[in-house]
Design a protein around this ligand. Structure first.
Ligand code: S3P
Length: 164
């Protein structure tokens, strides 16, 4: 099986869905953020703060290109599609799934979360702008778009398998 890549905004459920999907398909699961943290020996917040976003993005691209390409589900960071190189890489893949969620639903889900440097309550307007500007990039990059609103994790997993 060719690897399945999950893309979408922060809080769209990529990590949760990737685990359930990998379990159902009996393949390995990877998360680009977790891999970055492992390689850098720092949290995402620490990387942004001490090294800056540019370094984070370069690590992120490196990690994406080094993920297994078969028998795996790969959850990606919400900003992975910011780079043209990453978009090109993903467009060449068969199974790229965009988990679409409303901005309001995302903000509700991530209330109180302080692990995402680009998403704090005092940056709401900037976050919404980021969400809007990224939407077309997720859409042009993915082969499959799933509207996650009102769906359970297991419904989303079944829909991905059915539409692959
Ligand atoms: C980011 C999303 C985060 C993480 C970092 C930057 C983004 O991943 O990579 O905080 O630019 O959207 P999740 O999408 O898993 O939250």
């Amino acid at each position: 099986m060719e690897a399945i890549y999950l893309i979408g905004f922060m809080g769209s459920g990529k990590t949760t869905v990737s685990k359930a999907l990998a379990k159902k398909l009996e393949v390995d699961v990877y998360d680009t953020d977790m891999e970055i943290v492992k390689r850098a020996g720092m949290t995402i917040n620490e990387i942004f703060f001490h090294k800056g976003e540019e370094q984070f993005r370069s690590l992120e691209s490196e990690v994406l290109h080094s993920m297994p390409v078969t028998d795996a589900v790969v959850a990606t960071g919400g900003g992975i599609i910011g780079s043209e190189k990453n978009r090109g890489f993903l467009k060449g893949k068969k199974n790229v799934v965009f988990l679409q969620a409303d901005f309001g639903a995302i903000m509700d889900r991530l209330k109180g979360d302080d692990t995402r440097p680009l998403l704090s309550e005092n940056k709401m307007e900037a976050a919404e702008e980021l969400y809007r500007s990224r939407l077309p990039l997720y859409q042009e990059t993915a082969k499959i778009e799933i509207d996650t609103s009102g769906k359970t994790v297991s419904m989303i997993v079944d829909e991905i398998i059915q539409r692959m």
